[in-house]
Design a protein around this ligand. Structure first.
Ligand code: FMN
Length: 342
């Protein structure tokens, strides 16, 4: 098993297709953890819409090989698998078969993750509260005699799906990232087990890293900054949409997952937010446990595939609260050197 000693930075998993082998490998080469998203990585495979599970597993293996090749044997390879997705267990099994270094799971409570993963692979939940962390630890210890190898604490400024109540997010009355980090750190200290804590959501500068470390984080997980890198796997139009975004373009969006999301305003998002029903869903890959294609407001798989393929106005671009601060493209090395001040 690879160790987490001295690991300071994890690149957050970004689906659909935003963090695949290219981005993850480039992050690994900088001695950090690169993360491939297992949210529909097979979207470019010809049989994706008819044979989704196999297309995703096939492409995932290709992305793992690519990341390893680029990494020059440095860093760690993680995979992000969302609990909210159907076929969760099958994707976890596939990640295990591909011998990734770490499996990270959020968008729900990964209560049974240890059941499917040997101790040679690191496992970590993504939590947005001390309560969720405590519950996961209790269940993992009781059922599987295992504790998390590390934990991601995701605060309200993150991009993608958020583990907070939409009303509280809008009123800005959620707990801050620093508060949640402190509370989870207290829980870890009571356990008397070493569980490195990585803080996520709105980490944009080296000062942000220092500030959150002062509250007890061992390192950070960063996503949005990595979108505007040459190595990011998304289409250039997706990256450009982030660079063009102004503060008022970053908003909360509804999601068929049941969680609120944060992304960029687009023609699609404007139309979707003013409707409560979408009759135009023609095909479905049954991706989310919570989604009913008969009455869902839109197909999130199609919306995310559109944007990552370059059709940003017909799709959804997930982004963190501070995405508007990004004004130039960089390399992965430049982003990491800047964040870690090296
Ligand atoms: C484009 C995009 C896609 C994301 N997709 C996922 C995902 O598939 N699964 C997940 O757990 N988190 C996802 N996230 C959340 C990130 O992994 C990360 O924790 C969060 O965005 C950190 O905040 P930051 O973007 O401000 O750095 C996504 C974020 C973005 C911006």
């Amino acid at each position: 098993m690879k160790t987490l000693d001295n690991l300071k930075l994890i690149q957050g998993g970004m689906g659909i297709g935003v963090s695949l082998g290219n981005l993850a490998g480039a992050v690994m080469r900088e001695d950090c953890m690169g993360v491939i998203s297992f949210a529909q990585p097979g979207y470019k495979q010809p049989d994706f819409w008819t044979n989704t599970l196999e297309a995703n597993k096939r492409q995932f293996s290709i992305e793992v090989s690519r990341a390893r090749e680029i990494s020059e044997n440095k860093g760690l390879l993680g995979v992000n698998i969302m609990v909210a997705g159907n076929d969760y267990q099958k994707y976890v099994n596939c990640a295990v078969e591909n011998k990734v270094d770490a499996i990270i799971s959020g968008a729900g409570l990964p209560l049974d993750l240890p059941k499917f993963v040997p101790s040679s692979i690191l496992i970590a939940p993504i939590v947005s509260s001390q309560r969720a962390f405590d519950l996961i630890v209790k269940v993992w210890q009781k059922r599987y005699q295992r504790t998390p190898d590390f934990v991601i604490v995701e605060g309200p400024k993150a991009g993608g799906h958020l583990g907070f109540d939409l009303k509280q997010l809008k009123e800005k009355s959620t707990q801050s990232l620093a508060d949640i980090v402190q509370e989870v750190k207290q829980s870890i200290m009571k356990l008397n087990v070493k569980i490195p804590l990585f803080a996520a959501g709105g980490i944009m500068t080296h000062q942000d890293v220092l500030d959150i470390q002062a509250h007890g984080a061992d390192g950070v997980q960063v996503a949005t900054r990595f979108i505007v890198t040459q190595e990011c796997d998304a289409h250039e139009n997706f990256k450009q949409a982030i660079l063009n975004a102004k503060q008022e373009d970053i908003l909360f969006v509804k999601s068929p997952s049941g969680f609120p999301g944060r992304g960029l305003r687009s023609k699609f998002v404007d139309a979707m937010m003013t409707r409560d029903h979408n009759l135009s869903i023609k095909r479905c890959v049954d991706c989310l446990k919570a989604c009913n294609p008969q009455d869902t407001i839109y197909c999130i798989t199609q919306a995310l595939i559109n944007s990552v393929s370059g059709y940003v106005n017909q799709g959804l671009v997930f982004a963190g609260e501070r995405a508007f601060e990004l004004t130039q493209m960089s390399s992965v090395k430049e982003v990491i050197d800047d964040l870690l001040n090296r």
